[in-house]
Design a protein around this ligand. Structure first.
Ligand SMILES: Nc1ncnc2c1ncn2[C@@H]1O[C@H](COP(=O)(O)OP(=O)(O)OP(=O)(O)O)[C@@H](O)[C@H]1O
Ligand SMILES: [Mg+2]
Length: 239
């Protein structure tokens, strides 16, 4: 059951005129974006198009960017690498920076939600890549985010693990109703998960398309295929 607040259409995030340059190179040249509560937006773009730069600006991690960003206080980020601290046990990585009497219980419960029941006392080095990324998702989840920002979170995983992680993310979204911005270079991943897909090119969002497909989605669906061809064409891949 989705926990989306019915009727609340105030965006959970708005960005107006975001600009970022490194020296003379303008990477973001006036990006406008609004994300609705509970909405999953996929951000597509070629390598070097500025996706990670934009995610960092939206997360509030880039003090040198220009433009206005309004973000919720309950926000969490999942990076491509899991970024776990090797000297802290798994549960302590999940609860890092949080305080309160119930933090331990919340961390263990988040680990259970991502399928890592009983692994709280393990060290990060004892985990597979997929498990470590699940811990990173649990660390985000335990913050009860209204908005989750994910930068190619499953990019380094093998195809099967990636599929499982996509299903996990979809299930968690259904249960918790957070909004999400999913950076990916994978058109299929975007079409499997997103309510809307935006494309970053030459520093601007050049396209925003709704994905009007019911879940569970399958690439065999002709409507899925048509959107896939359209987006690949947009990204300059001929099909
Ligand atoms: N700290 C930095 N200093 C200088 N240039 C940077 C810095 N960070 C990013 N850039 C440049 O900004 C551009 C966009 O980089 P960014 O990492 O945002 O791309 P991306 O779309 O995330 O690419 P990828 O799909 O490969 O992850 C690149 O040309 C990159 O070289
Ligand atoms: Mg990137």
């Amino acid at each position: 059951m989705a926990a989306r607040p019915e009727g609340d259409l105030t965006p959970v995030l708005t960005a107006d005129g975001v600009r970022r340059a490194f020296g003379d190179t303008v990477v973001l040249d006036g990006v406008d974006l609004a994300i609705r509560p509970g909405e999953v937006v996929a951000l597509l773009g070629g390598s070097g198009s500025g996706k990670s730069t934009l995610l960092r600006v939206l997360a509030g991690l880039d003090p040198d960017a220009a433009g206005a960003v309004h973000r919720p206080s309950h926000l969490a980020v999942v990076f491509q690498e899991h970024r776990l601290l090797p000297w802290k046990r798994v549960a302590d990585n999940v609860s890092l920076g949080l305080s309160g009497a119930d933090v331990r219980a919340r961390a263990l419960s988040a680990l259970e939600e991502v399928g890592l029941h009983g692994r709280g006392t393990a060290w990060p080095a004892e985990l597979s890549g997929g498990q470590a990324q699940r811990v990173a998702v649990a660390r985000a989840l335990v913050r009860r985010p209204r908005l989750l920002l994910l930068d190619e979170p499953f990019g380094a995983l093998d195809a099967l693990t990636r599929l499982r992680m996509q299903q996990l993310l979809h299930r968690l979204h259904q249960q918790h109703g957070f909004a999400a911005l999913l950076v990916t270079h994978d058109v299929e991943e975007a079409l499997l998960l997103a309510d809307r897909i935006v494309v970053l090119e030459h520093g601007r969002l050049v396209e925003s398309i709704e994905v009007p497909l019911a879940h569970p989605r399958t690439p065999d669906d002709p409507a899925f295929g048509a959107l896939r061809r359209h987006l690949l064409g947009r990204l300059g891949v001929s099909v």
